[in-house]
Design a protein. Structure first.
Ligand SMILES: [Fe+2]
Ligand SMILES: [Fe+2]
Length: 323
């Protein structure tokens, strides 16, 4: 994939290039007022993992015809899940209620009450489907991922958890599209045309936004989970916290594992053990076990030395390092 955005680009350029990124950065918890700071500087200030942010913005910019295998390796899964959860909050608590309010304002409530009521009912049913889908994801899909991140292999596979959703991606992708078609084809024209057109334009944007959200879950997230699920299965699916000392082949090897590289990257970012534990959904004990393994494998104990090691080995970009 040709990457449009880089860690050293000013954050303002990302938005100037594609205004859709404005919503995306707020879903990462990044607020406006970033001045001339680069993407890496802005992410670091907001406590956001820069490679994950860049992977998502570049993925969305490139469209969906990208190979996610390589991209998935750069993603910090807890940060990606946090981004998706914030996106759910945006759709359910802001975008859809706001759109309903605008729709109510645009429809002529004094005439054609039956059609107006049906349109509102249609809207509410569509919004409810989306909300149900997202609630399921947070309760079951994200919980499944949280267990994998803790080194536990859940009884049900990820595929089965997805299959058990009552509302599929297909249905939520179609729901607002049908509503929009019904309004355009059958609403008899007493509404304020400018207002109603505004609403329809926003429904188009919502539809596009939902499609992009679902595609990201179907491709990038699914690949990250697949890799993690394989890793956990290979380790025997034992809870990481129940393994105080390295015993598996992976731990015994001299290569840093993916999780050790992740811990090392966060050490180089200047995070404390507690902060690393919170970000990775693991216990402080597990972080310390990883740090012992890292020190043994690299022969370096001090944070400054580990930071240099991380830069030299491409585990962290120099812009992300807290000096
Ligand atoms: Fe979702
Ligand atoms: Fe979804």
């Amino acid at each position: 994939m040709i990457e449009k955005f880089h860690a050293t680009d000013p954050m303002i350029d990302v938005i100037s290039e594609d205004y859709r990124m404005l919503q995306l950065i707020s879903r990462f918890g990044i607020t406006l007022g970033f001045g001339d700071r680069t993407v890496a500087e802005t992410c670091e200030k907001a406590g956001v993992d820069t490679p994950t942010f860049l992977t998502v913005v570049n993925y969305i910019k490139a469209g969906t015809h990208v190979h996610v295998g390589e991209l998935a390796q750069r993603v910090c899964l807890p940060d990606l899940v946090r981004y998706l959860k914030r996106s759910h909050g945006f759709f359910v608590d802001y975008r859809m209620p706001e759109l309903r309010r605008k729709l109510l304002g645009a429809l002529d409530m004094t005439r054609n009450n039956q059609i107006v009521s049906l349109i509102l009912k249609f809207f509410d049913e569509s919004a409810q489907e989306v909300a149900m889908h997202m609630e399921y994801e947070e309760k079951h899909v994200h919980e499944h991922i949280r267990q994998l991140l803790q080194g536990r292999l859940p009884a049900e596979s990820y595929y089965r958890v997805l299959r058990n959703r009552h509302v599929s991606h297909d249905s939520i992708e179609k729901s607002f599209s049908e509503l929009k078609d019904v309004i355009m084809k059958y609403y008899p024209g007493e509404a304020d045309a400018h207002l109603l057109n505004d609403v329809l334009m926003e429904v188009y944007m919502l539809e596009e936004d939902l499609l992009s959200h679902c595609q990201l879950e179907d491709t990038l997230l699914a690949e990250c989970v697949r890799v993690l699920e394989d890793e956990v299965r290979e380790r025997g699916g034992n809870p990481v916290d129940d393994e105080p000392e390295p015993t598996t082949d992976e731990d015994a090897s001299e290569e840093l594992s993916a999780r050790e590289r992740e811990v090392l990257r966060r050490v180089a970012m200047g995070l404390s053990n507690k902060e690393i534990a919170d970000k990775m959904f693991i216990s402080v004990n597990t972080v310390m076990t990883h740090r012992r393994n890292i020190a043994r494998k690299t022969g370096i104990h001090a944070a400054a030395g580990l930071t240099i090691y991380a830069i030299v080995h491409g585990i962290i970009c120099v812009d992300e390092v807290k000096l």
